[in-house]
Design a protein around this ligand. Sequence first.
Ligand code: FAD
Ligand code: 8R5
Length: 458
Amino acid sequence: MTGTDPRSLTIVGAGLAGALLATLLAQRGWRVDVFERRGDPRLHGYAGGRSINLALAERGLHALRAADAADAVLKQAVMMRGRMVHPLHGQPQLQRYGRDDSEVIWSVARGELNITLIDAAEAAGATLHFDRGLESVDFDGRTASYRGDRKLHTHPFNALLGCDGAGSTLRAQMAARRDLGERTEWLGHGYKELEIPPARDGGFRIEPNALHIWPRGRYMCIALPNDERNFTVTLFMALHGDGSNDDPDFDSVATAADARALFERDFADALPLIPELERDFEANPIGSLATLRLDRWHLGGDAVLLGDAAHAMVPFHGQGMNCAFEDCVALADCIKSHAGLAEAFAAFEAARKPDASAIQDMALENYIEMRDLVDDPDFLLQQSLERKLQERHPGRFIPHYSMVTFMRIPYSVALERSNVQRAILVAATRGLDSLDGVDWAAVDAQVERQLTPLADDA
Ligand code: FAD
Ligand code: 8R5
């Protein structure tokens, strides 16, 4: 056991961030202990059991490359080239995310990904302690107590790195020492997971290489492919009605029969794909959605938070894990380049807080885009102009989605540039129904004036 050895670090949580951070730090010569509340997923299967998949993009992939884990993860991933938009009436249409198959996102199974990262952490020399849930921290005595095997286990620490997710116990323990300025902004919408199983012949029932979206205005369904040839469908809608419209909500769609009626009316092409709709709807809980903001992520050199524990976000940009992975690389770099941990944690917080806040805001905005705009003619015209301007101004005008998903420029820079670009797109297409009437000279001049070129390696 490492304890107060100044070359040792204690990570709380062996989820996605914890396991990756353990790998990066162990590779750099730190003695790393990781305490995880759940059992070892390699022995007991992944907690929850359901196959949940996540979209992995360039930021996350880059971090996995740093831990030499990218190839193992991509081997089990399904490529998603774009959004397959399923309108209420008419045929589904693929909207590509990028210019070609080098600009895609990847659907990965959370359980397999976590296991790959836990293996990498152990191979790099980290020590994992499963069935050990952090319960309390004595910052003065520099010990932490973990519950497991029906006992409390107390271990000394040099510093605690909080990767224990949105409901972080370490965050609560830090907050008891010092006000972290914590706010939770509830979205007021929830989600429910359903499943499209493989076809009778064992293949995929719908296009596998896409992220499917059924946009319905103020609510939607999405589906991500799994390498087992099934899809995880997620229904997002308001928790409660506000009386201003007839939209469904989780109060009024409460029973399995209500869910069937909703799908018959609004998701008719998806309904025959979900044979266990009733069972899924009754068995799976309603997930909640919120943005968590903190003023402070660290307590001197004693403890620091990262990933969901520091900045949980709504899921609509598919960036929670990608951002958490980017945090891991940033924190490992700060620890390497600063003499003391207090300085390292402060530098990490200063560098990453504006970026976390930017992706939190962009994730909220992307709900509107996904549920409402993806089949809106004005929005589609703005998107086609966005692509034209990318061709006309390479390295200068870069589509919003690409900056977030295919590049590693800071999220805060992506947000700032997206706002400038959106104003240009909206103004240039106002009143038009095709790009024929665009005043190219004026638009080109605006682009040149308002946007600086980005470096090639951004
Ligand atoms: P987690 O992965 O949640 O890990 C926290 C770990 O800490 C867990 O292992 C937990 O058991 C452990 N723990 C908790 N409390 C304690 C304690 N007291 N002591 C010890 N251990 C503890 N992000 C994307 O980028 N793309 C997506 O497509 C995407 N899809 C998602 C789909 C779903 C259904 C959900 C719920 C989230 C999705 N996300 C996605 C977000 C992503 O899952 C999170 O942002 C990411 O997992 C954050 O990593 P983390 O390590 O901070 O937290
Ligand atoms: N997370 C995602 C995107 C953006 C897709 C696009 C959106 C489910 C709980 Cl809602 C969502 C995206 O703009 O076309 N990329 O990846 C993942 C998403 O939801 C995940 C699966 C989810 C939390 C439930």
